[in-house]
Design a protein around this ligand. Structure first.
Ligand code: G3P
Ligand code: MG
Length: 244
């Protein structure tokens, strides 16, 4: 199976994660796709940020779900990474899709649904993806598999993928049962029997997060796709492997 390179939170090794600059850099570096994390604000706007709080990646404090979208816009989401990114904002999913629609990038939207789940997260995300007409380039994934079932119920035509960190046994059966068509395992859980069994059944395996060159090479050789913080390095390595 073809090995694709997804920029994890954008080119997050070189840019502040989950920002437009980070996604644009990933595109310029030649990534096949980007991965981003989505949550809802207090006024139900899907926004792109990984942690449940804004503490680590902005100059603010508190939970994302307690901010309105306009309040979130006043936070600086770049300086924590490097002062040269001062003024970078937390993007709305809408802004990212609006930029992405004119590229050929694939997009993995990770639904950051915990317990309790965000009411309307799946519905609002799917309706945005439909508005931009990019359903065929999007995969919805989540560690919360109730969220995947709900997404599939609302959008049977869209791809869902099972995110997991545990040693799931023959997870292709489980994935199919909940309507998912790809596996997104944490690196240590991506064992050979899982990779071989899934690929034999034509189920893509996309491993997160792979930043080490030897591991990148190993997963490319096995026919897996990867999520990486360093898409520039991965693209270069895959190019070198193809030329050999
Ligand atoms: O979707 C792959 C990966 O992003 C899952 O873990 O915590 O980086 O969102 P996390
Ligand atoms: Mg993620």
């Amino acid at each position: 199976m073809e090995s694709l390179i997804f920029a994890h939170r954008g080119s997050s090794a070189t840019h502040p994660e989950n920002t437009l600059s980070s996604f644009q850099a990933a595109h310029e570096l030649g990534a096949d796709g980007i991965e981003l994390d989505v949550q809802l604000t207090n006024d139900h706007v899907p926004v792109v940020i990984h942690d449940l709080t804004v503490n680590r990646t902005t100059n603010g404090k508190g939970q994302v779900k307690d901010y309105t979208f306009s309040e979130l816009q006043s936070l600086d989401a770049g300086s924590w990474f490097d002062s040269k990114w001062k003024g970078e904002r937390i993007p709305s999913l809408e802004e990212v899709l609006d930029w992405m629609k004119d590229t050929s990038l694939l997009l993995n939207i990770e639904l950051k649904d915990g317990f309790p789940r965000f009411p309307e997260l799946e519905k609002n995300v799917i309706s945005l993806v439909r508005r931009f007409g990019i359903e065929d380039r999007v995969t919805l994934s989540s560690f919360n598999h109730y969220s995947l079932v709900e997404a599939k119920r609302l959008a049977p035509d869209m791809e869902t993928a099972v995110l997991f960190m545990e040693g799931l046994y023959e997870p292709w059966d489980y994935a199919r049962r909940i309507g998912a068509s790809a596996l997104h395992p944490y690196l240590p859980a991506a064992v050979p029997e899982l990779i071989n069994g899934a690929l034999k059944r034509k189920m893509p395996v996309r491993v997160f997060t792979v930043n080490d060159e030897d591991l990148m090479k190993k997963f490319f050789e096995a026919g897996c796709s990867i999520f990486t913080d360093d898409p520039g390095r991965a693209v270069q390595l895959r190019r070198n492997m193809c030329e050999q």
